[in-house]
Ligand binder design. Structure first.
Ligand SMILES: [Zn+2]
Length: 326
């Protein structure tokens, strides 16, 4: 049986783009895109993506391991499953992206870019996802999930956390229970729409979607997989329809909501969060977070914590988020 990651990195086409094992059918739908269907009816259609940022390798290795176990028959498949390795060209060079950040392009935003590898790939992933959820619906599969796996650029006060896209409908209890069981330390609730893959799947397909940040980015082969036991176990139970694992984290899950989206809209934008500040570092009321012509961002609540501070983003993009505990 082929290896998903090795085949994707090689750039070679599979000689046979579809096949079967004793219990499932698989289809190679494009570079790094694999659909797995059990032969028996099932209730859930699950998309698991990783490598949307090419240097975030640990989740890619984890997902590859899961696929190997399904293809070898070592693990049972009880959901319709679409596995996506997001950005193969950037994975090959161990870079976050080649031309531009793909996780700002979903929901059709790719059309605003001068066509490049990432904008074409974002469009392809949208189409593949649409086809997958539609064919699953035609087969009476009613629940939709999408988990997009990442690792963060900088260290974090909360090592493992999830980002929930803005949605009008309530967050699904089943998803929240699963995220808790996966051992996440924190969940961040967005307050505005964005170009992320999970915002797209939640908004367009009403999937229960979450972006998972699972530690720090390291090259292929250098990852400490003991850090990822909780999420690995949770993904196994998800695809195999097993009971949720017991949460292993010592402290309870903390919920945050976004109170400020810090956007770099002018050339003279300056960010005053120190370059080495960890994600979830707290700042007190009055602290000036960033400044540019015509706009000052400052902490308005008694305390706000920073997430993903990055002054080097393109104009019009987010240079950081400010959060408060819920
Ligand atoms: Zn990422």
């Amino acid at each position: 049986m082929f290896d998903l990651l090795a085949t994707t990195l090689s750039g070679d086409a599979l000689t046979e783009p579809a096949g079967q094992t004793e219990t499932l059918d698989w289809q190679w739908r494009g570079e790094g895109i694999l659909e797995l269907s059990p032969r028996q009816p099932c209730e859930a259609a699950v998309v698991i993506s990783a490598g949307i940022h090419g240097n975030e390798t640990a989740p890619v290795e984890l997902l590859n391991q899961l696929v190997s176990e399904l293809l070898s028959g070592q693990r049972q498949l009880r959901v319709r499953l679409l596995v996506l390795l997001g950005n193969p060209p950037s994975m090959r060079i161990n870079k976050r992206f080649v031309d531009a950040d793909m996780n700002r392009m979903f929901g059709g935003r790719h059309a605003r870019y001068t066509p490049n590898d990432e904008s074409r790939r974002a469009q392809e992933l949208e189409q593949v996802m649409a086809l997958f959820y539609r064919s699953a619906a035609a087969a009476d599969t009613t629940q939709r999930y999408h988990y997009d796996l990442h690792t963060a650029i900088r260290g974090s006060q909360h090592v493992r956390f999830g980002l929930l896209p803005l949605q009008a409908r309530p967050k699904s209890e089943a998803m929240l229970a699963w995220l808790d069981a996966a051992g996440l330390d924190a969940l961040v609730h967005h307050r505005s729409p964005g170009g992320t893959f999970t915002h797209f799947s939640s908004d367009v397909f009403q999937a229960d979607s979450c972006t998972l940040e699972l530690g720090k980015a390291l090259p292929f082969g250098s990852n400490d997989h003991t850090q990822f036991t909780g999420i690995r176990r949770a993904l196994e139970t998800l695809v195999s329809g097993e009971p949720l694992p017991i949460r292993e984290a010592a402290a309870p899950l903390v919920h945050y909501r976004v109170v400020q989206d810090v956007i770099r809209s002018q050339e003279d934008f300056e960010l005053f969060v120190p370059a080495d500040a960890l994600n979830f570092t707290a700042f007190s009321k009055g602290f000036v977070i960033a400044q540019e012509s015509g706009k000052t961002y400052q902490v308005e609540a008694d305390q706000e914590v920073v997430l993903f501070p990055n002054p080097n983003v393109a104009l019009g993009l987010r240079a950081g988020l400010m959060l408060v505990k819920m």
